[in-house]
Design a protein around this ligand. Structure first.
Ligand code: GUN
Ligand code: ZN
Length: 432
């Protein structure tokens, strides 16, 4: 692929030379893997005659977006009105997720969900399924068809929800184990042990989750933490022996590299240090936090110099309001504004790509355009709409161009999405 290439090869919160840009660059892909990247002028003579070059003269080519927290089973309840977290769960979510007992329904929604990911330039997502194993099968079957690096898991929940949605500590262990054996490491699929959140798991179930992680050390862990103040108070009453919400997971042995905790809006300084020490990661979900009125995530506190946490971006569909990581960057900027921090476009792109890969422990394979990494890529169209074309014509720097794309962009801005070097989505339906 030839075009304007932009990628982060380090964390720009700490490193000033993390950005790599080739204004007219070439990415060479062989067998789905990037084998070279550099200026077109330097590399063009090495291209064999029979190798096609896809040229994107108005495109900004970057690493595919990584959504570090999303619920595919909530695709049908985006934009559910008028509630904060716990009421929203009871009124909408716990009703919607019961439909996923039906494997055919799960398969239909999985197909819609994956279409949306690709149309938004998202090439990898860490995903909640429902409590039913068949909802997980539907998810990984669709992921396999599309050859995408996807991470998912069966929700574990054994209390404080409608009877029909509950498992038990033992059945959640047995079902998760069978799913790990069926899906983890088959094709590009990875499994995440997925206790929903502390209020819907007994201590016995959290212990079962921990046992699964120990028995399957390469699986991930995916849950929610400190999203909403009412939720935090409830966790304190349910787990009086714990120091706080994060400590519930810590005591259960659930925090380690590859553990991703959604939200973390209200973590205190000691909890942030503990996240740092354990190597766990936070998924920042700004559209969701604003939609549910949960609070403002302080990204510069998360990225403090002494104990920085790994941070990626999450759409958190269906509490989140867009599948687009561009829209999510836009809202992350506005949330940061309200915390008096000017989050620049380079850092936003990092959060949506390499920051996500690092959160999932997949930075060796994903998150940047470098030789050896898989060619999961996205082409952004600087001229996607008349207004964007006009605005892009005014920009004087890469930072400004990226910022304009993040703030004004959405699915219309995604021209092409590549999975392992193959076109998986093309906005205009072109064959490349
Ligand atoms: N906490 C527990 N479950 C959920 C969920 O489905 N969505 C969000 N945003 N928070 C949760
Ligand atoms: Zn969520």
């Amino acid at each position: 692929m030839r075009g304007h290439i932009v990628t982060l090869t380090g964390d720009p919160f700490f490193s000033s030379d993390a950005l790599v840009e080739h204004t007219d660059g070439l990415i060479v892909v062989q067998g789905g893997v990037i084998t070279a990247v550099g200026p077109w002028a330097d590399l063009k003579d090495a291209i064999p005659d029979d190798v096609p070059v896809d040229h994107y003269p108005d495109g900004l080519i970057t690493s595919g977006f990584i959504d570090t927290h999303v619920h595919y089973v909530q695709t049908g309840i985006i934009a559910a009105f008028g509630a904060q977290l716990i009421d929203w769960l009871n009124t909408y979510t716990f009703v919607a997720e019961q439909k996923f007992e039906d494997a055919d329904y799960a398969a239909r929604v999985a197909s819609v969900f994956f279409d949306q990911l690709l149309a938004n330039g998202t090439t990898t997502a860490l995903t909640f399924c429902a409590v039913y194993p068949q909802s997980v099968d539907a998810f990984f079957e669709e992921a396999t068809k599309r050859n995408m690096r996807m991470v998912g898991g069966k929700v574990m929940m054994d209390r404080n929800a409608p009877e029909h949605l509950l498992d038990t500590a033992q059945t959640s262990y047995d079902d998760s184990k069978a799913l790990i054996e069926r899906w983890h490491g088959t094709g590009r699929n990875l499994y995440a042990v997925t206790p929903r959140f502390a209020p819907t798991s007994t201590p016995e179930q959290l212990a079962a989750a921990s046992a699964l992680l120990q028995e399957h050390p390469t699986t991930l862990m995916h849950t929610h933490v400190s999203e909403n103040l009412g939720e935090i108070a409830w966790v304190r009453s349910l787990f009086p022996e714990s120091k706080g919400y994060l400590d519930v997971y810590d005591r259960a042995g659930l925090l380690r590299p590859g553990s991703v905790l959604a939200h973390g809006v209200h973590l205190n300084p000691q909890e942030r240090i503990r996240v740092h020490e354990t190597g766990a990661a936070i998924s920042h979900c700004p559209t969701s936090n604003l939609f549910l009125g949960s609070g403002l995530f302080h990204v510069h506190q998360a990225k403090n110099h002494t104990h920085p946490m790994k941070v990626g971006l999450g759409t958190d569909i269906g509490a989140g309001t867009s599948f687009s990581l561009l829209s999510t960057m836009n809202e992350a900027y506005k949330v940061a504004q309200l915390t008096q921090y000017p989050l620049d476009s380079i850092k936003m792109l990092y959060l949506a790509t390499l920051g996500g890969a690092e959160s999932l422990g997949l930075e060796g394979e994903l998150g940047s355009i470098e030789p050896g990494k898989t060619a999961d890529l996205v082409v952004l169209d600087k001229k996607a709409t008349p207004l964007l074309e006009f605005r892009s014509g005014q920009v004087t720097s890469l930072e400004e161009q990226l910022f304009v794309l993040a703030v004004m962009g959405d699915d219309r801005t995604i021209e092409t999405t590549f999975i392992a070097g193959e076109v998986a989505y093309s906005r205009d339906g072109h064959e490349h």
